[in-house]
Design a protein around this ligand. Structure first.
Ligand code: ADP
Ligand code: NI
Length: 238
């Protein structure tokens, strides 16, 4: 990318960090700032691996959840706040191409938003995956990092923390996983945290955008399989 480098990206990142902290304050369902920090770290690793713009990746990773409808009573107000924030960045040396790219990544990163158009094209080279529009590498990096945070030991912890916050059971053998879902029924309807592994988490490894993302996803996927086997054994009292 031929963007002019900001003299010093540190103030930009610090400002973004405090904007995000303020927007996400108080969430107990796994979208706390620690989630943002993990996504930031993994997104930067992936971005370095695929040659994505590191500053855009880092900014977009920080901002990726601020307009999430689950975290905002008014998603419209959240979008406006994000827009005002992005507009203020232009005066801080961040060129308009980068601002546009950050906006695009934040808008497209959510899993729920992608459900209706999911296909099995992950696994092909980094390019036009899982949607009608080509994904910029910065989106690939942030999206893979966000999905990776739903996998592995952290992913397990988040699934049960989320379930607890919604008052849903850990497991209910009488309630089968809902395997064919559109975005609407994914959000609504009764389920359990164990079902969530089958309904969403075990599908993620085949939807990664990047080679490194896929590699990490496979490890974390295997770890979750082992966990669930053990969970079922103990559930039966064995
Ligand atoms: P995203 O922000 O990528 O759309 P979500 O907001 O759906 O992801 O999920 C945030 C975290 O909560 C993830 O770790 C996810 O696995 C977990 N989670 C979401 N829905 C459920 C559910 N119904 N049961 C258990 N965990 C869930
Ligand atoms: Ni997230």
């Amino acid at each position: 990318m031929s963007n002019i480098e900001p003299q010093n990206p540190k103030p930009l990142l610090a400002l973004t960090e405090s904007f995000v902290r303020a927007r996400l304050a108080g969430d107990a369902g796994g979208h706390d700032f620690a989630h943002i920090e993990r996504v930031r770290a993994v997104a930067l690793r992936i971005a370095a691996d695929i040659g994505a713009d590191l500053l855009v990746t880092e900014m977009a990773a920080l901002l990726h959840d601020v307009t999430d409808p689950k975290l905002n009573a008014s998603p419209e107000a959240a979008r406006k706040a994000l827009e005002a924030f992005l507009a203020s960045l232009a005066s801080l040396d961040l060129d308009v191409n980068r601002v546009d790219l950050i906006r695009d990544v934040v808008a497209r990163v959510s899993f729920g938003g992608e459900l209706p158009s999911l296909d099995s094209s992950a696994g092909k080279a980094q390019g036009n995956l899982g949607g009608t529009l080509e994904k910029p590498p910065e989106l690939m990096a942030v999206q893979d990092a966000d999905r990776l945070d739903a996998l592995g030991a952290i992913g397990i912890a988040r699934a049960f923390a989320y379930g607890g916050s919604k008052g849903q059971a850990m497991h209910d053998p009488e309630l089968p996983p809902r395997l064919a879902m559109d975005a609407q029924s994914y959000r609504n309807g009764k389920s359990t945290s164990v079902n969530h592994f089958h309904e969403k988490l075990f599908k993620l490894k085949d939807r990664m955008n990047t080679r490194l993302g896929r590699e990490l996803a496979e490890e974390r996927h295997a770890y979750m399989r082992t966990f669930l086997e053990r969970f079922q054994v103990e559930w039966r009292g064995e």
